[in-house]
Design a protein. Sequence first.
Length: 634
Amino acid sequence: MPEDRKLPNFNRQPMLWLAASFAAGILAASIANIDLRALLASCAFLAVAAIIFRKQYFASYLIIIAFAAAGAASTQIEKLSIAPDRIRVLYDNGTIRSGDPVEVEGILLGRPEPSIDGVFLNLRSEKVTYRGREQTVLGNVRLFLPVKESETDIDPKYGSRVRIACKLEREDEYLNPGVLPKREALDRVGVDATGSIKSQLLVERIADESVFLPLEWVYDQRAGLISDFRNNLGRSAAGIMIASLLGDKYFLDKDTADLFRDGGTFHILVISGLHITFIGGLLLLFLRQLTRNRWIQFLVTMAILWPYTLAVGADVPVVRASIMFTIVLYSYVIYRQGTLLNSLGLCGLILLVWRPSDLFNPSFQLTFVSVAAIVAMAYPLIDMLRRIGSWTPSTQYPFPPNVPIWLKRFCEMLYWNGDVWAVESKRQVWTANLFKSPLLQKRIVGGVQKAVRFVFEGLLVSLIVQIWMLPLAVVHFHRVSIASVLLNLWVGLLIALENFAAVIGVLLAHLSSLLAAPFFMFAEVFNWLMLSVPKLFSDNGWASFRLPAYSDHGRIIYGVYFLPILFMALAINRWKPFDIKRRSKLVNKPVLYPAFAAMLILVCIVVFHPFSAPRPDGRLHFDFLDVGQGDSAW
């Protein structure tokens, strides 16, 4: 056997494999309690062995196993790193009872965050006084202070040291089975406890600590934009702009928020990869008109993108997206065109090293599954369809694609441009005649062709992402949106137009209210159009429906669900329609058809849940629900 065939094929996406093995180690450590010293010793032994046998084919496997051991070790280290004086520990072990009055002292992280009927204070706590006893503590608390709308500009500012009398809570308010415990929900967002303040008189400003002045300026600009949107737009449009651009969802009215949830488009309002990519892309497009220096483009983009990330709260999805964008842009700067899967793996590895527990965070799972769906399946499929539809003879691909005639005609309808071929053929020293027969020939051309292409690609990406995310939507939200495939495209397009109109209007408003008025009017029109279609689906019950999730051993179905999907993604990436001699066995019909059929069967099992209900056992069962003021039983 030749030497190159003995080597494992990890070289194309090494970071993806390392991130997967690291995640597998985290998962193993969550199931079984493994001694930390044994894990660290295993990491060291495997690393040394990989160096010694680096020229052997099994060295890559040693590295993979070492990263799995490192993932398990990082989980144990994260658990041990929680200090005994952390607020979450004091409340969980009963040292401080949830809901009892306390006096907490600390430093404000960022400006007070306004909402419709008050402000939120994010406090890095340092001291807590409980029952007359003061003790040093660590941890972040989030407090709500009800104030009048005219008083939202309260005295404590970013960096202020304050002492607040309040009641901190960490216990669950509702105790129904299947509901995410409040403690777990707080831990996921890095908050130790929450509470409310009865009066602003209970907030004592002690001193002002030194702060990072550029970041303070960013916080001030964000607060100013929130005020501008509220003063110049209607309640619905202002709430959507503040949520989608500034990361503050507290100004969304209930009807609007319900429309986005029912339609499966609420993620568009949450600042994540879509927004970071959009903003970063616009910055790059502008900078490329001013300079061709890639380092200047990179540094200026990062100097704007990361302060924006901090200004909108630096939540995990935003940080995750910013890291991903930074990695991809840096590879562009150093002229290293790595694969997107490799960049995704590096991003995941960095985040899991930072916080291993994020592997079980729904936000982390939804983000990476959706990005993986686009990178691993949607983008390669669309790229191959483009090549099929726009094929012309070349030294690399001299023969036409070997695909079914219906697929070739469909792709040519979307991507064939005869004018481009007419110009290109005149540049060649050889001549050739091409016979193309796209569907709806001479009807879908020019601007119509571009519009149809945009709609098709948008719907295909949305469909693929929804298929990949189906188990996560059922497990975490118990809801499946059947209209989201269409609504994602509709809402995504119109909210972008609304963002442009609203931002331009705010900028012009500082010069002239007369110049800004038309843009605010366009923003309101785009907002009405954006909500009209989701409202039509929601009012007629077409938007979404609720589903129960499998429990206990039945959860295995969600893991099995991804097997045919991953197989089909691998087949798409290995598909070579222009290669006549080498044909991958993965793309043969006898192999693909069963995989596709298995995927459809698993979709039906998840959606129609025939095995989710327990079997009758001949006994009478009562279910009790906590409804706040009492119990409900049936």
